[in-house]
Ligand binder design. Structure first.
Ligand code: ZN
Length: 427
């Protein structure tokens, strides 16, 4: 279980479920007892509105409750954090028995700012088993100085829980922690059902209040309080639902929006045939990195000097290219962006049962399914075709590739799969 670093955040996160329980308890009492039973049934003998409002309220309240529990549970058990690097684990072990405050100080003072220069750096192979990954200018993957590990595509470091999170969206104390790849679908469902429940409560409350006022009754404090609470949560969740749906449709996260996605340029390493020289507008890098480690310099390709036959088989060259400003390499179009998060079956869109398909995406091509920008980039930079693959990334058919001079049972992408699962999906 991953909890927030700051004590005040932990405190707020832990108290909010009680606040929510109090609010929903009060709303249920006000709607069911005060409005439906006391007012419509007993006072006015109107069975129709009483039963309609009761059913509507309880159906949507139960859906809200179920999605909340599903969301809360997944955030506690599988928040989608990426593994820590060996140095971060070592540090964590060292400070394990100290009070939390001291642990934080230690961590701040001893993080690993520089990427690991070891060509055999743990986790690095995962990247060059793919056809495309996000990289820095030197062609190496992004590095997280706190987790002391390489950052997989679209992962972002959350300073609140001090971990990198896959497709991190935001830290939400209302739902118990970090919202990211594994929880975003349930988060949207939760805000959607909460918004609907609030709308039903507001409609019920307003109808009751109007009827009471027509009959010259005094203003009912309980119903006024109910309307105030429902309006507050309603406004908040309607806005959240709208912005979340928009994020899903364009395949961006809140973090991407904050970073002004329309101005972001992505740097990607795209696999090219082994030994491809640098082009007029791109550099290349060949993995495994040479020993002693050497950064790819402008205009010069790092020539690999593999030490073992295994390294030779696993050698891969990548061109380092940039997207244009605002291009999103993972944009699959509205429909597929939507189904990659919400599921392929409309029932999945509404029920908090199955996880998002994107959480299960496994391919030797990329960490996430690539959109048309991937092929456009290859064309734009005039990258040589991969002769050893039937097709480039961007399709669903994951190909098995033949490495130059390789044999049938070479340690290709398939063979590296267990390692990949172990390093990228492990919690
Ligand atoms: Zn991190």
């Amino acid at each position: 279980m991953v909890s927030a670093r700051r004590p005040e955040t932990r405190w707020v996160t832990r108290s909010i479920p009680f606040v929510l329980a109090g609010c929903s308890g009060f709303a249920t009492y006000a709607v069911a007892k005060r409005i439906c039973v006391d007012f419509f049934l007993n006072e006015r003998h109107q069975n129709g509105p009483a039963i309609t409002f009761l059913i509507l309220y309880f159906v949507f309240f139960l859906l809200t409750l179920t999605t909340y529990l599903r969301l809360f549970l997944i955030i506690q058990t599988n928040p989608g954090v990426t593994p820590l690097g060996p140095k971060a684990i070592e540090l964590k072990e060292k400070v394990k028995n100290r009070p939390r405050r001291e642990r934080d100080l230690e961590a701040v003072g001893r993080y690993e700012a520089r990427p690991d220069d070891d060509p055999d750096s743990p986790g690095l192979e995962l990247f060059y088993s793919k056809d495309v990954f996000v990289c820095e200018t030197d062609g190496r993957p992004r590095w997280c100085s706190t987790c002391c590990n390489w950052k997989v595509d679209r992962a972002h470091h959350c300073s609140e829980i001090e971990r990198c999170v896959r497709k991190m969206d935001h830290y939400c104390p209302w739902v118990g922690g970090i919202v990211g790849e594994t929880s975003f679908k349930f988060f949207v469902q939760f805000t959607f059902y909460t918004a609907l429940t609030c709308i039903i409560v507001i409609v019920t409350g307003v109808i009751c209040l109007q009827a009471k006022m027509r009959e010259g009754d005094n203003l009912d404090g309980v119903i006024i309080a109910l309307l105030a609470i429902a309006a507050m949560f309603g406004l908040f969740t309607v806005t959240m639902t709208a912005t979340s749906v928009r994020s899903i449709l364009v395949n961006l996260t809140t973090v991407d929006h904050v970073k002004k996605a329309n101005r972001v340029v992505h740097q990607l390493a795209l696999r090219v045939p082994l030994g491809t020289p640098p082009g007029p507008n791109y550099n290349v890098i060949t993995y495994p990195l040479p020993k002693p480690p050497r950064r790819g310099r402008p205009g010069q390709s790092a020539t690999p000097e593999p030490t073992s036959p295994r390294d030779q088989l696993a050698s891969r060259t990548y061109a380092i290219v940039k997207t244009e400003m605002g291009e999103n390499p993972w944009d699959l179009g509205f429909w597929r962006n939507w189904t990659s998060v919400m599921g392929n079956n409309p029932l999945d869109w509404f029920l908090p049962i199955n996880p998002s398909p994107c959480t299960k995406y496994e391919s030797p091509e990329s960490f996430y399914e690539m959109g048309p920008v991937y092929k456009k980039l290859r064309k734009r930079y005039g990258l040589p075709e991969l002769t050893d693959t039937p097709s480039g990334a961007g399709g669903e058919g994951a190909m098995k590739e033949k490495k130059p001079g390789g044999e049938q049972n070479e340690p290709g992408p398939e063979a590296e799969r267990p390692d990949e699962q172990g390093t990228s999906k492990a919690q």
